[in-house]
Design a binder for this molecule. Structure first.
Ligand SMILES: CC(=O)N[C@H]1[C@@H](OP(=O)(O)OP(=O)(O)OC[C@H]2O[C@@H](n3ccc(=O)[nH]c3=O)[C@H](O)[C@@H]2O)O[C@H](CO)[C@@H](O)[C@@H]1O
Ligand SMILES: C=C(OP(=O)(O)O)C(=O)O
Length: 425
């Protein structure tokens, strides 16, 4: 297993362009199945989750090449709608195959998806949405089979604005007969990106970014070329890292509107943020101030995917902060690891009470999930001494070579890989 070794205490400094968004690229790759032919997607980062998605698409019969940041995907010879259990288990986003495969083949066989252990993560809203469109669903143990000789538009109200369920329903409804309306839909920027992509293929979707999305079914979709939006969570991770190390970083080609809740919190913590068009400048030279209360909630509120990273800044702040996680019940595992680095944090149910300390100290810590891992990297960059972050494969799910990205900003961070056993002569 790879490890990251970080010599802390050096402020980040420099200019960076952020990778394309994992959470936009994954549903877009799955949605490419809806059109027969060759679709080209630009700005696709090199991540473990993207590799898994491309392997699934190949297993279904597609041809997929990921060269530089561009994926060329030929879906013409896709011949099965059965996703193997071993691949389903490798990530949560394998569930995105359900909507497009059902729409294209009238039948799909999947299994309960895998992914980071951050909560129960049910898929009931996905299944209820597909049922409303006319699918018959059989569930036995881990296996789920959905069948529909014809999908028909419906009014679907989500009891919670689930990102994945909104996307799966959109992808199934584009080829359905008639109009589908999703109310209490998730409003995340990645949903708007999926709408733009599907419309570029010929779909008729309106409303993404609001809580009501309308999809008028069309007869067929055509392949297109599309560029994925920048990753707001990676951008946010770099912004927090700049603030925690008291550095000066400029992020170029960003979409600052996607980061407004983070910008608001960073400003409350005393971090200087200048937004100029698509450029964000982050600067900090003093100890951050505590932020009384931050609550994670669906977009546009503070994102759960930045909760662990902002906790590191608050762990170094002057005063007591409260950070409440409302989306995933198991997403505070990084607290124990941060405590090993000297943080003073107490957890009560889903709330973390953070008493800031003047400094953190390097330690050997374990990434328990993707964003927890990113938080430990930030802690290591800000800490005094050497930090070793283990279980880096979690971080590789969402950050395209995090050590290369941070080294460009002056961080002292290297990856070590285990030496393979040499056979005895
Ligand atoms: C690939 C991707 O885009 N991942 C993001 C997506 O995950 P994901 O799409 O899985 O997140 P959801 O919005 O669906 O989940 C939010 C909450 O709803 C619950 N739920 C969800 C679906 C369902 O059918 N039943 C149910 O109960 C989940 O357990 C969770 O507690 O949104 C999350 C919330 O912003 C982010 O943290 C993830 O990074
Ligand atoms: C939880 C995340 O992703 P996923 O839904 O793919 O597990 C994330 O990106 O932080």
């Amino acid at each position: 297993m790879d490890k990251l070794v970080i010599e802390g205490g050096k402020p980040l400094s420099g200019t960076i362009v952020i990778q394309g968004a994992k959470n936009a690229a994954l549903p877009i790759l799955a949605a490419s199945l809806l059109a027969e032919g060759t679709t080209t997607i630009d700005s696709v980062p090199h991540l473990l989750d993207i590799d898994v998605m491309l392997n699934i698409l190949r297993e279904l019969g597609c041809r997929a090449e990921h060269t530089g940041d561009t994926v060329v995907l030929d879906t013409t010879s896709a011949h099965t709608s059965h996703v193997p259990e071993t691949l389903m288990k490798q990530m949560r986003s394998s569930i995105f195959l359900m909507g497009p495969l059902l729409a294209r083949f009238g039948e799909v066989q999947v299994y309960q998806p895998g992914g980071c252990a951050i909560g129960e993560r049910k898929i009931d809203l996905h299944l209820q949405g597909l049922q409303a469109l006319g699918a018959e669903i059989e569930e036995a143990h881990n296996r789920i089979v959905c069948r529909a000789s014809k999908l028909v538009g419906a009014d679907i109200h989500l009891s919670f604005p689930s990102v994945g369920a909104t996307e799966n329903i959109m992808m199934a409804a584009v080829l359905a007969e008639g109009r589908t309306t999703i109310s209490n839909a998730a409003r995340e920027p990645e949903i708007q990106d999926l709408q733009r992509f599907l419309n570029a293929m010929g779909a008729k979707i309106m409303g993404a970014g609001t809580d009501t999305i309308t999809i008028d079914g069309v007869g067929e979709l055509s392949p297109c070329r599309y560029k994925v939006i920048p990753d707001r969570i990676v951008a946010g991770t770099v912004m927090v890292a700049a603030a925690a190390t008291r550095g000066q970083v400029t992020l170029q080609e960003t979409q600052p509107a996607h980061l407004s809740s983070l910008i608001h919190v960073l400003r409350r913590a005393g971090v200087q943020i200048v937004v100029d068009g698509d450029i964000i400048k982050v600067g900090s030279s003093a100890r951050p101030k505590a932020v009384e209360r931050i609550v994670t909630s669906p977009y546009p509120a503070f994102p759960t995917d930045l909760q662990s990273q902002i906790m590191v800044l608050l762990a170094l702040a002057d005063g007591v902060s409260i950070l409440k996680e409302t989306i995933f019940e198991g997403r505070l595992k990084h607290v124990d690891e941060l405590s090993r680095m000297g943080a003073d944090i107490r957890v009560d149910l889903n709330a973390a009470f953070i008493r800031g300390v003047p400094r953190l100290y390097g330690a050997t810590v374990e990434a328990t999930d993707l964003r927890a891992g990113a938080a430990l990297v930030i802690a290591g960059l800000a800490a005094q001494g050497r930090t070793v972050v283990e279980q880096v494969h979690h971080i590789d799910r969402g950050y395209d070579r995090i050590e290369t990205m941070l080294s460009r900003l002056g961080a002292r961070i290297t990856r070590t890989s285990p030496v393979p056993n040499m056979p005895n002569n």
